[in-house]
Design a protein around this ligand. Sequence first.
Ligand SMILES: [Zn+2]
Ligand SMILES: [Zn+2]
Length: 285
Amino acid sequence: MTQDYIALLGTKGGPAIRPGSSMPTSNLVCLNGQQIVLDCGLGVTRGLVDQGMQLKDLSLIFISHLHSDHYLELGSLLHTAWTAGLKTPVDVYGPDGLDTYWAGFLAAMKADIDLRTEDEGRPDLKALVTFHVVDAGEVVTHAGITISALRTEHPPLIDCFAYSFKTDKTHVVFSGDTAPITALEDFAREADLLIHEAMLETALPALMARVGNGSDKLMAHWLRSHSFAHDAAKVAKNADVKRLALSHLIPSDDPTYGVQDWQSAVAPEWDGPLTVGHDGIKIDL
Ligand SMILES: [Zn+2]
Ligand SMILES: [Zn+2]
């Protein structure tokens, strides 16, 4: 059996990319020899290929919520996998509304899809993909991996999920986007790895000055819908997880702040193994 691991493909919070920034959220979860894609922010397709994945093997995708930094490239990933030889079914799990996105994507790309289906003899792309609406609780068991969802606190969205991937050997939890919630501590209890979103409190004023849009709405969104690094550390400590990885980093492109600043931010709450995410980092389980 191959080694279980998670690759963080895109580790920045938010959809915008700028010179020097990392890419929005996407992950490759490899458990029991299965390759599971977790969120499809911009760059997911390149990120998967860079990990050595054959896109024609795409079979299982989970989406945490309908903010573009988590699903903007879902359609492009499915389409590109199709052009790379995908002939087998793909199951996509996520919030209600993804099927509408997919119908719109197929409509937008109809000319190309019809052409390639006819001219290159490719299978019916629409028929290959099945969407499943996720609710809190156990979602599905696949190849010995039980996947569960927890509704997080990410207003104004209602359907935003953390996901747990559990096998008889390992347990990985992904926070999704969330304000700090104690429910996540039970959800991640004694997990081998907790991947949690994080903002660096000291860096927010400078970020606001750089990318703010003149109102205080963006800052208000950050504060009520996201977690600071020390919040993530507290969840990890209270949940007694074995390793904490920070991802969905805000900010991600300020050269004034580096790994050491993230380490210092979590230090008061967490002294266990810590991974500060960067695009392409592979965490063995
Ligand atoms: Zn996000
Ligand atoms: Zn979000």
